[in-house]
Unconditional design. Structure first.
Length: 174
């Protein structure tokens, strides 16, 4: 337990928003599911190529083959561009906010909103090499603390120990 609240104030950058979306996506779609999708797409794609060689390719077969390539790789590669585009178009929505951690709960404060949750309302905390992701049900990214706010202090371990003390699952995401 901590004796005084831990606070972080800042505004999300483009890199922060892309990282937050990436790690939320990885937490929702676990590694076994991604591997299963890849294997299924490779098998289906192989079958389509075999059929295309034997029977000749049709527009339908080419379309299904394109989907087999897109599902395991395409959305992973296109998501950062989509998120970056949204960030650039709606930069005014990303305002400076303050995250405060106490023994009782977590709060986020900014000009348009002020939200306080008890620790038991968090689904999990994602610990990543680039920061901490706080997720509320059902797999909604609540906020992101980038690694730069932890440089020169030990607040990351304090926040993670607070979450562990309140029995919040901590997931290692990489």
């Amino acid at each position: 337990m901590i004796t005084e609240p831990i606070s972080f104030t800042g505004k999300l950058t483009l890199e922060d928003v892309v990282n937050m979306d990436r790690y939320r996506f990885l937490s929702v779609l676990g590694r076994p599911i991604r591997i299963l999708m890849g294997v299924f797409s490779v098998l289906l794609g192989s079958l389509i190529i075999f059929l295309g060689i034997k029977v000749h390719f049709t527009p339908f077969l080419l379309g299904v083959l394109a989907l087999c390539v897109y599902f395991p790789f395409g959305w992973v590669l296109s998501r950062p561009f989509t998120v970056a585009r949204f960030y650039r178009r709606h930069a005014s929505q990303y305002v400076e906010c303050t995250a405060t951690f106490t023994n009782d709960g977590v709060s986020i404060s900014s000009v348009p909103v002020d939200v306080r949750l008890n620790w038991d309302r968090l689904s999990f905390v994602g610990s990543t090499p680039r920061g901490l992701l706080f997720v509320v049900p059902p797999y909604r990214a609540w906020f992101w603390l980038p690694e730069r706010v932890f440089v020169g202090n030990d607040h990351k371990s304090a926040v993670l120990s607070l979450a562990a003390d309140h029995k919040i699952p901590i997931r290692k995401l990489s």
